[in-house]
Write a protein that binds this ligand. Structure first.
Ligand code: ADP
Length: 471
C-alpha cells in the first residue's frame, strides 16, 4: 500500500507531465505548420520578385537585354535554390542557369532535395518549374522559367530556428515539471500531515488518552472540519469517561455507608453486644432498602436508556396521576413541613401510566429533596395547543446557571457533596428525559439559585401514532 503523500505527489507530477507534453506537442505542431505556410508564401514572393527584376533588365529603346545583370541575377537566385531560364519575346533562350553552370545547378538541386528528404520525408517534394511572363509597360518582352523545390523548402537557418524553438519548449517543459513536482510535494504534505496527525490522535484516543486534542489550525476547510470533529469526539469520550468514573465512585460510595452500617450492627448482634431489638432491625432494614433503591435506579436507567423503550399506552389522566404521586410523598412532605399544591385541568393523554408516574415521581422527589423546610411545591397540569403541560415548581435552593444544560446527563449532580447528602446519584432526571422523549415530548427547566426551580414537561396530546394506539 502506498502512502497518501506519495500517491498525491505522483498523481500531481503525472498530470503536469501529460499537460506539458500535450501543450508542447500542440505548440510544436502549430509552429511547424505556420512556418511551412510562411515558407511557401516566401518562395512565391521571391519568384515574383525575380520576374519583376528581370523585366527591368530589358532596354525597350534598343531592344536589348542587359545580359551582365541577368547573369548576376541568375547566379544569386541559383545560390538561393531558384534555377532560371530566361527567354526573349520570340522564345529564344537568353540565359540558362543549367547551360551556364550545370554542375553547380545539380549540386544545389541535390543538396536541397537531400536535406528536405532527410528532414521532411513525408513531404514528397520535388523541383517544379513555373513560367512567368516578363512585361514592361504592359508589353510582353519575354518569359522566365523558375524552378524551385515545391511545395516549399527550408534552408539551414530555417531548420536551425525550428530546432532552437523545440529546445526552448523542452526546457520550459522540464522546468515546469520540476516546479510541479515541488508544488506537488508541498501540497501533498499539506494534506497528508493533518491526516497523519489525526490518525495518531485517534490511535491515542483508542488507547484511552481522551485528553489529547488537535491544536494546530489547518488551512484546508474539510481537513479543519475533520480535526475539529476528532477533537469533538475526544471531548465527548472524555466526558463519558468522567461520568463512568464518577458512577463507579458514586455507586461505591453510596453502597459503602449502608453496607458498613449493616455489617457493624450485625457483628455487634452476633457477638451479643447488642440485642436484636425491633428498632435495630428496622434500621438494618432501612439500610437494605437504601441499597435496593440504588440498584433499582441503576436497573431503571439501563431500561430507559435501552434502544427501544417499550411503552404500554393507555389514556392517562395527568391531573389524577399527579395527585397519586403527591400522596405517596405524604411522609416526606410532612417531615420537611412542605405543602404540595396541585392545580389545573384533568388533561388526558395517551401514554404509559407507570412510566409517566415515574416522571412526576422523580420531579417531585427532587423538589422535596432540594426544598428548604416550610416551602411550597406546586404541580400544575393544563393544555397548551397540541400539548399537555405538567410543571413541578419548588421554592428550594435552585440550580446554578452553569449546571442547567448538564443536569439531564447521566450521573450529573450540580453539587456532588450536596447531592450525596440528599441521596441522589444523578440519575433521576436522565430517566425523566428518556421517558418524556419516548412519548415524543420535551422537558425543560428554569431555575434561580436561592429562589427555586420549575421543571416543565410537554407531552403531545394526540399524534398520528397515538390515535391508532388508543381507542
Ligand atoms: P439526583 O438523584 O442527584 O437528584 P437528578 O438527575 O434527579 O439526580 O438531578 C441532577 C441534579 O440536578 C441534582 O443532583 C441536583 O443538583 C439538580 N436538581 C434537580 N432537581 C432539582 C431541584 N428541584 N432543585 C435544585 N436542584 C435540582
Amino acid at each position: 500500500m502506498r502512502k497518501l503523500r506519495t500517491q498525491l505527489s505522483l498523481g500531481f507530477a503525472l498530470i503536469v507531465m501529460v499537460t506539458v507534453a500535450l501543450v508542447s506537442l500542440a505548440v510544436n505542431l502549430c509552429i511547424n505548420r505556420q512556418f511551412e505556410v510562411y515558407a511557401e508564401e516566401r518562395q512565391k514572393d521571391f519568384a515574383d520578385g525575380l520576374a519583376n527584376g528581370l523585366s527591368d533588365q530589358y532596354d525597350a529603346g534598343n531592344g536589348e537585354w542587359n545580359l551582365d545583370y541577368i547573369h548576376g541575377f541568375g547566379m544569386v537566385a541559383l545560390n538561393d535554390g531558384y534555377i532560371l531560364k530566361v527567354y526573349d519575346r520570340a522564345g529564344e533562350v537568353i540565359w540558362d542557369a543549367q547551360n551556364h553552370d550545370m554542375t553547380l545547378c545539380h549540386q544545389i538541386m541535390s543538396d536541397i532535395s537531400l536535406r528536405m528528404q532527410r528532414e521532411r520525408p513525408d513531404l514528397k517534394g520535388d523541383f517544379v518549374s513555373y513560367r512567368y511572363a516578363l512585361q514592361q509597360g504592359g508589353t510582353l518582352i519575354g518569359y522566365v522559367d523558375i524552378s524551385y523545390y515545391s511545395p516549399y523548402y527550408l534552408n539551414e537557418t530555417d531548420f536551425h530556428f525550428l530546432d532552437s524553438l523545440n529546445h526552448i519548449l523542452l526546457l520550459v517543459g522540464a522546468v515546469s515539471l520540476i516546479g510541479a513536482i515541488f508544488a506537488g510535494l508541498i501540497l501533498a504534505k499539506r494534506i497528508s500531515d493533518p491526516i497523519a496527525k489525526t490518525m495518531d490522535i485517534t490511535k491515542e484516543i483508542s488507547e484511552g488518552n481522551y485528553s489529547i486534542r488537535f491544536e494546530a489550525r489547518v488551512k484546508t476547510q474539510e481537513l479543519n472540519e475533520l480535526t475539529q470533529a476528532v477533537n469533538h469526539m475526544a471531548g465527548a469520550l472524555e466526558e463519558q469517561e468522567n461520568l463512568r468514573r464518577r458512577l463507579t465512585t458514586d455507586v461505591a460510595h453510596e453502597l459503602r455507608t449502608p453496607l458498613a452500617n449493616i455489617s457493624s450492627h450485625l457483628e455487634a448482634m452476633m457477638e451479643g453486644v447488642w440485642e436484636p431489638t425491633s428498632d435495630r432491625l428496622q434500621l438494618l432494614f432501612d439500610e437494605v432498602k437504601r441499597i435496593t433503591a440504588i440498584v433499582a435506579e441503576l436497573e431503571q436507567l439501563r431500561q430507559v436508556e435501552s434502544e427501544n423503550l417499550k411503552l404500554d399506552k393507555e389514556p392517562v389522566n395527568l391531573l389524577e396521576l399527579a395527585g397519586t404521586v403527591c400522596s405517596s410523598f405524604e411522609q416526606e412532605l410532612a417531615g420537611k413541613q412542605l405543602t404540595c399544591r396541585i392545580e389545573g385541568e384533568a388533561v388526558r393523554i395517551p401514554g404509559d401510566k407507570n412510566k409517566l408516574h415515574q416522571v412526576i415521581f422523580n420531579l417531585l422527589s427532587n423538589a422535596v429533596k432540594y426544598s428548604s423546610p416550610g416551602g411550597e411545591i406546586k404541580i400544575s397540569v393544563h393544555e397548551r395547543g397540541e400539548n399537555a403541560i405538567v410543571t413541578v415548581e419548588d421554592q428550594g435552593i435552585g440550580i446554578p446557571q452553569k449546571d442547567l444544560p448538564l443536569i439531564f446527563q447521566r450521573f450529573y449532580r450540580a453539587d456532588a457533596s450536596r447531592s450525596r447528602k440528599t441521596g441522589g446519584a444523578g440519575i433521576g432526571l436522565t430517566i425523566v428525559e428518556a421517558i418524556v422523549r419516548a412519548h415524543n415530548g420535551t422537558v425543560s427547566v428554569e431555575s434561580e439559585e436561592g429562589k427555586g426551580s420549575c421543571f416543565q414537561i410537554a407531552l403531545p396530546h394526540q399524534t398520528a401514532e397515538n390515535l391508532t394506539d388508543v381507542p
